[in-house]
Ligand binder design. Sequence first.
Ligand code: SF4
Length: 343
Amino acid sequence: MQSFALLPRALPPWFRENARQLPWRQDRDPYRVLVSEIMLQQTRVEAVIGYYTRFLEAFPTVEALAAAPEDRLFKLWEGLGYYSRARNLQKAAQAIVRAGAFPSDLRSVRALSGVGPYTAGAICSICFDLPTSAVDGNVLRVAARYTNDATPVDLPAFRRSVAERLEAVYPSGACGEFTQALMELGATVCTPRSPKCADCPLREKCEGFAAGTAAALPVKSPKKEKRLVRKTVFLLWHGDEMALVRRKDSGLLAGMWSFPDVDEPLDAEGALRWAERAGVQPAALLEQTHRTHVFTHIRWEMDAFTILCGAETDAFVWRTPGEIRRSFALPTAFRIFLKETDV
Ligand code: SF4
């Protein structure tokens, strides 16, 4: 099997010439690297830059993040999705503050909330110059192509094998640069579609390029069907205000604000009966809409009922759409029900 021995010679010089200027590359501060790596999970670099900058303006230190009110944290995270990342990031910050310093070995970094093997490997190599690989989808793709390997890259055994082979060649004293160079190659040259082999520093030794199979790799296992949840969402209006609820502390979107909802499909009559039981005196059903929202493993099919109410109840918080937009971190799954015309 093709070894990775050439990589630490070929990639760092290429990286020095071609690295994109990204805000989190300005220093090796582990707090900043942690924030960027958590934000970059499941999210594109271009989308993260603005969030990262605003987040660090609001919470410039690990202590500031540890002490942040949850609502402020979620508001700054709004639109990035996967809100459990924000909550875990704060838990990690609190653990670091309690410990008195950022941990600097792989095991302790890995023990921080929300930090998986990839993020721990990235932090330890970039910030502490340890030979710890950070194997994400980009790196798996480069490895599969470079070695012309058609093993499904999502198999844990493949990931382990890539991590071990990389760690065997990590260049002492330049571990962080090597990690970043590999990531950068996957993100900008060895891209998912149409790899730019003509610009690649690995081209001469790349077996996928030589065999003409690069574009057909990597292979992935067939996808599992997402679990379908049929929901009913209640857009309850009283005057110019809408009802919001705080979601329970566990499960998807735990602790976030949302419109009231139930995990069952109701028809119009059922929705009005629900509103009646909720004590809001439904006076008229104004509209019924349908929306789909897809999470990593779950698909929500949502029927939403816009209901004019004759009364408010303390079970909900009532705010105008403008106030909701400004002051509440409403997850996208619910934000899609706010109309441009509602102010
Ligand atoms: S030569 Fe092409 S396939 Fe091989 S690593 Fe470079 S970009 Fe990827």
